[in-house]
Design a protein around this ligand. Structure first.
Ligand code: AKG
Ligand code: FE2
Length: 116
């Protein structure tokens, strides 16, 4: 999917998790040349937990930047208001093994964790 967040309307996407898309991983490629901090539109990542408001990181949507994160409650996120048109190409990577293999974790908190 390619999404455009219109700058004129201060396009944004409120805090959510990418659950319900049948995906294990979200992959986003940003397409915005010459993006600066004043343009807003950062992807704000929160600490794990749907209601957790602690900010983990703000990521600028710079052209060529590829961002990967779990499409689970482990990675709540939102797109902050953009002040110019903001483009992003997203692929939700499915993991069919999750549904077919007995005992496979259905929540990332049950799976082996990345070291931070
Ligand atoms: O464009 C982004 O940085 C994130 C978009 C997003 O969260 C989504 O499409 O679910
Ligand atoms: Fe999302």
């Amino acid at each position: 999917m390619v999404a455009c967040y219109p700058g004129e309307a201060r396009g944004r996407y409120l805090r959510h998790c990418d659950t319900g898309r049948g995906a294990a991983l979200t992959a986003i490629l940003y397409l915005n040349r010459g993006w600066s901090a004043e343009d807003g539109g950062q992807l704000r990542l929160y600490e794990e937990g749907f209601h957790n408001t602690q900010v983990r990181a703000d990521v600028a949507p710079l052209a060529g930047r590829l961002l990967l994160f779990w499409a689970t409650e482990e990675c709540p996120h939102e797109v902050l208001p953009a002040r110019r048109d903001r483009f992003a190409m997203t692929i939700w990577c499915r993991d069919t093994a999750r549904w077919t293999r007995p005992g496979w974790p259905t929540r990332c908190s049950d799976a082996p964790r990345w070291r931070r």
